[in-house]
Design a protein around this ligand. Structure first.
Ligand code: ZN
Length: 430
């Protein structure tokens, strides 16, 4: 796909450039090693992470957004990307993923430029903390991580072949949190679940343990985010001071008392409706609509196909229809909703599943602009990621250009014209 509109004052004439572009592979010109700018994205509507601005010009150089102007003349002496009829959106933040060195390479090709990793050992992540501070060209999403999560012996996630520390009976929760932060965790994940991956009953943390963990995280200035699937445990999380949920509960419709507790706690809720769809239906219609779209299908990697087609081995007591209803109820009382997919879980893939998530949020009752905010400015604010999530001068040039207006029709996000990570154009082929 070539969307270069024009080149101004460039050593190559436009005709010569277009001929060269047709002949040369994209990656050779704009791959990881390509210098990042300066260039201008001209004439696109700008969704700044919160609201839709009019058509304007965005100048990028050195991996950063340098200026955002509405209307006016297109800056001279730099390459121009034609934004006319298109909308520029901040790079998407997936607030719930699981690390895979291979799979996460698929994320930026669908606009996801930041991933919050909600379980993995730290050893496999490499120099992620250095890389997310860099503005050098890259084709990988930036990463923040919980490391491994807090649970009890025999609790959620244990016995799966990954050895990780658990909160032993009588152990000081603050010491547990300090140990995770010493390993390199950016925030704390807590698991509150009493049904195992084979449908068997498993032990869960007590309210006192959750309170101790959340308080210790808060004292250390880090977020605490909780795996739940049941309203009962979500309520326990809200009542004991956690920062947010990693899933919307989907066992029962959210009742008034629960909604009051959710709102009163100030916590956020990560949606993971793509996950719930995959866990509810063998052939999730929301997923199929995205995956089969000719604007999406040609860009799916073999790894994404494999992940999307991997069925849940057991029927979990999770339900996407209840989850959709509950996201709508939580949104109506003003609980912040963050878009997260659980990419890496069965039936959910990095990058492409964010399209399913955004469309599901709209089905749940969010306006399209609210769904986009849930994947940009919302998680940036909730997790304190100050350099991203908005289209503002000085911020990181993580940007998605789509054909059409996704604040009117969220399915427009399927129609990607270009993605930039640190101002570097992503090659959307695999
Ligand atoms: Zn997860």
């Amino acid at each position: 796909m070539c969307y270069f509109h024009a080149l101004r004052d460039h050593p190559l004439s436009r005709r010569t450039f277009m001929a060269a572009a047709a002949a040369a592979p994209f990656a050779a010109r704009f791959g990881d090693a390509a210098p990042a700018g300066p260039f201008v994205i001209a004439g696109a509507r700008i969704f700044d992470g919160v609201r839709l601005l009019g058509a304007g010009n965005v100048v990028v150089s050195g991996g950063r957004i340098r200026s955002v102007t509405s209307g006016g003349a297109v800056p001279q002496r730099m390459p121009v990307h034609d934004g006319r009829g298109r909308t520029l959106v901040p790079g998407l933040i997936d607030s719930h993923t699981h690390y895979s060195e291979v799979s996460r390479r698929d994320a930026p090709r669908f606009g996801v430029t930041t991933e919050l990793n909600l379980f993995s050992t730290l050893a496999e992540l490499g120099d992620f903390a250095d890389r997310r501070r860099s503005h050098a060209p890259t084709s990988l999403p930036d990463l923040w991580t919980a490391g491994t999560w807090a649970t009890v012996p025999g609790g959620w996630g244990t016995g799966q072949g990954i050895d990780f520390p658990v909160l032993q009976d009588g152990m000081d929760p603050a010491a547990f949190v300090d140990a995770r932060l010493a390993e390199g965790s950016d925030f704390l994940k807590i698991a509150l679940e009493d049904v195992g991956m084979r449908g068997e009953p498993i032990p869960a943390l007590s309210a006192a343990q959750v309170r101790g963990l959340a308080a210790a995280a808060r004292r250390r200035g880090v977020r605490s985010v909780v795996h739940v699937s049941k309203q009962r445990y979500a309520r326990m999380a809200f009542d004991n001071g956690v920062s947010g949920l990693a899933h919307v509960p989907s066992d029962v419709p959210a009742d008034e008392e629960f909604l009051r507790a959710a709102k009163g706690s100030g916590a956020f809720v990560t949606s993971t409706l793509a996950l719930l769809g995959a866990a509810t239906y063998a052939d999730d219609p929301a997923r199929a609509a995205v995956v089969d779209d000719p604007r999406v299908a040609p860009y799916l990697s073999p790894d994404q196909h494999r992940q999307l087609q991997t069925p849940w081995p057991v029927k979990m007591p999770w339900n996407v229809e209840t989850g959709l209803d509950n996201v709508g109820r939580l949104r109506r009382v003003g609980v912040p909703i963050l878009a997260g997919t659980d990419a890496g879980a069965f039936g959910v893939a990095h990058g492409v599943s964010m399209l399913v998530e955004l469309e599901s949020l709209v089905r749940a009752g969010l306006r399209p602009a609210e769904a986009l905010a849930a994947a940009t400015s919302g998680p940036a604010a909730a997790y304190g990621l100050a350099d991203r999530g908005r289209v503002l001068p000085g911020l990181r040039a993580d940007l998605v250009l789509v054909n059409g207006d996704p604040t009117r029709d969220i399915t427009v996000m399927r129609d990607v014209a270009a993605v930039w990570k640190n101002g570097s154009l992503i090659d959307r082929r695999f």
